[in-house]
Design a protein around this ligand. Structure first.
Ligand code: MN
Length: 308
């Protein structure tokens, strides 16, 4: 995904939420072409949750026949992109030669490190018909020791991710540890990411294993410590205690977080770094050489924005 910056949002809700909820974040709507995204992170008053520095909800949208997603080749540094779909598909291509159709329940983990170029488009065949598209793209800031690591792309099919089912709960551990299960996804820092579906009335306790945690309610109504929440909300949770989640209606949500990162990060367009100079170098590099990293079969590109 390619990021366009936006004015800082006005503040959301006042105090008075339940004890477990530190902050409620309402996404801002952004048009990225064929459909809208809801941008949750970065948020003015909460830049990161663990190492997660960016959180976009794509859709839900219906793409008419012939209309597709077309995020042209663009660069990243200093982060991993984490793409996970609920509906539809995205064709990922990158400068390492990866070509991967992402399907619901799969996990695509692309580490930019010192630099990668990728594109995200609709598959040409699938584009011929109508298609629903709904998913999440998150960015994980890399720890300082790994910011300049080699770029990498790993696709984990749904079947490789541990799940649990029963008592109205269906959950998949996308990354890290939760609910007594551990994902095989390799990460550069301590983090977790879980997809949870709850039937009406079902409950599950989110464990306090990681210091920073948040949930994002994708659909349905959820009760947290006696208060009900509507979909399209991120609830940043206080550390140290289990948090009981109860579905007032059938719910879909994700939970994520991790240990605090080793310092603040600069974020400009698609670049993340602990160093402002490194961001400037990446800007110059994209402008002059486009990272010398072509993508086979996709020679368009997104120019460096003049200003953000
Ligand atoms: Mn991207």
């Amino acid at each position: 995904m390619s990021w366009q910056a936006c004015p800082e949002p006005v503040d959301l809700e006042g105090a008075g939420g339940p004890r477990a909820v530190e902050m409620e974040i309402v996404p801002r709507s952004r048009d990225i072409g064929a459909f809208e995204v809801g941008r949750v992170l970065p948020f003015a008053k909460r830049r990161m949750v663990g190492p997660f520095i960016f959180f976009d909800q794509m859709g839900p949208a219906v793409l008419a026949p012939g209309i597709g997603m077309d995020v042209r080749p663009h660069p990243h540094i200093g982060l991993s992109t984490v793409t996970y779909l609920f509906e539809g598909s995205i064709l990922h291509r990158d400068s390492l030669g990866s070509v991967q159709l992402i399907r619901p329940g799969d996990m695509n983990w692309m580490t930019a490190g010192r630099g990668i170029v990728h594109s995200e488009r609709s598959d040409p065949e699938i584009r011929k018909g109508p298609e629903r598209l709904h998913g999440l793209q998150l960015w994980v800031a890399l720890p300082k020791a790994h910011e300049e690591t080699d770029p990498a792309f790993i696709h984990y099919p749904q079947a490789d991710l541990p799940s649990l089912a029963g008592e109205g709960v269906n959950a998949r551990v996308i990354a890290g540890r939760q609910f007594g299960r551990t994902s095989p996804v390799k990460t550069h820092s301590e983090l977790f990411y879980v997809d949870i579906a709850l039937d009406v009335g079902a409950r599950i306790a989110l464990e306090p294993e990681y210091e920073e945690r948040a949930i994002y309610l994708v659909s349905g109504r959820l009760k947290v410590e006696g208060r009900e929440y509507a979909p399209g909300r991120m609830l940043v949770l206080k550390p140290g205690a289990p948090v009981m989640l109860q579905a007032v209606e059938a719910c879909r949500l994700v939970a994520l977080g991790g240990e605090p990162l080793d310092g603040p990060r600069h974020i400009w367009w698609n670049f993340v770094s602990s160093s402002a100079d490194r961001i400037e170098a990446a800007k110059a590099e994209w402008r002059k050489t486009r990272f010398n990293a072509p993508i086979a079969g996709d020679d368009e590109f997104i120019p460096l924005p003049e200003a953000i």
